[in-house]
Design a protein around this ligand. Structure first.
Ligand code: APR
Length: 311
């Protein structure tokens, strides 16, 4: 069985472990700084396996040595922004947590592929690339699958069509400036714009952009975790099974889309090598403008990180 280690056994980390184990995709190691919590959650999940007849092993630990020889490392460790905490404070705190997670796991799994989920997503993935010194193929951020799934869910709610028939593509940075590509999205091949009235489509696009905030407002004590963790698991499965799956992910830009030295949400092909290919869409002027605005906002956070942390 393949081995996936998840750093951060909180809501997203533990739920990712759940999806992975339930689908028998890999054995899972769940790491957290809190003593007992990853062990307790893992044992509970392990005890569920006989009921569904799966042989996935789940181990909880506070020790990075247990992650040895992982095929994939998923980083979800971090803190949420608390009242009174500035964006820079959050950036520094999460950069320290993610930086440690990246370097400690690399010691034990030099061949692993990294999937990053901690926010601010594009910038934490950039940090992981810098801290590990790995080639970009092996450090990928999760954002676009989630944002696209949210849009697909909203389109399904509006039209009553099966989610399986709905394809949506949300690219760009994982923030309010993300780029939902309505022209490339479709329902069973019919462009979204022909299926849904313009005002309704605009509402869907806006709701997608604010999808994360909508959940935070409802939960009040945390952020979304079912869909974000499943998005990570889809990436891990595509890599472990060498599926050559094309999905939007945060990838390191080296000239693609006219961008460089930054992470950004673009369609990529996932296979055994990790991020094996970046697919370049042709944009019209309106899409290009949205893309550039989103890139400028991500670049700003990257620059803030560089001022706060030594990379
Ligand atoms: N090493 C390991 N785990 C850590 C560390 C560390 N240095 N610091 C914090 N953690 C753990 C916390 O103990 C907690 O269990 O990270 C976990 C984070 O879990 P939650 O607070 O439940 O947050 P979660 O909803 O999982 O989100 C984590 O993913 O989607 C993003 O915005 C989200 O950045 C956030 C991250």
């Amino acid at each position: 069985m393949k081995k996936v280690s998840i750093i951060g056994a909180g809501n997203t980390g533990a739920t990712a472990a759940h999806w992975l184990a339930e689908r028998e995709i890999a054995d899972v190691v769940l790491v957290d700084v809190v003593e007992g919590m990853p062990q307790g959650k893992s044992l509970d999940m392990l005890e569920a396996m006989p009921i569904i007849g799966k042989d996935s092993k789940i181990v909880g630990t506070n020790n990075y040595a247990d992650t040895k020889d992982s095929d994939i490392i998923i980083i979800t460790a971090g803190v949420a922004r608390k009242p009174g905490m500035s964006r820079d404070d959050l950036l520094t705190t999460n950069a320290n947590i993610v930086g440690t997670a990246a370097t400690e796991t690399l010691k034990y799994s030099p061949n692993a592929i990294y999937i990053v989920l901690t926010n601010p997503l594009d910038t934490m993935t950039y940090l992981t690339l810098k801290k590990t010194g790995l080639p970009r193929e092996r450090v990928i951020g999760q954002a676009g699958i989630l944002d696209s799934a949210r849009m697909r869910a909203f389109v399904a709610m509006e039209t009553g069509v099966s989610v399986e028939n709905i394809q949506c593509y949300v690219l760009g940075g994982h923030g309010d400036e993300m780029v939902p590509l309505t022209r490339h999205s479709n329902i069973a091949g019919v462009p979204l714009k022909e299926y849904i009235p313009a005002d309704k489509l605009e509402a869907i696009v806006n709701r997608t952009r604010k999808g994360g905030g909508e959940i935070v407002n409802l939960l009040k004590t945390g952020s979304a975790y079912y869909a974000p963790s499943l998005a990570c698991v889809q990436m891990a499965e595509a890599i472990l099974k060498d599926k050559k799956l094309i999905v939007p992910c945060a990838a390191h830009m080296e000239g693609e889309y006219g961008l460089s030295d930054m992470y950004f949400g673009v369609p990529v092909m996932l296979g055994a090598g990790g991020m094996e290919k970046i697919i370049e869409y042709k944009f019209d002027d309106e899409e290009k403008a949205m893309f550039e605005k989103s890139a400028a906002s991500v670049k700003e956070t990257h620059e803030a990180l560089k001022k706060l942390v030594t990379l």
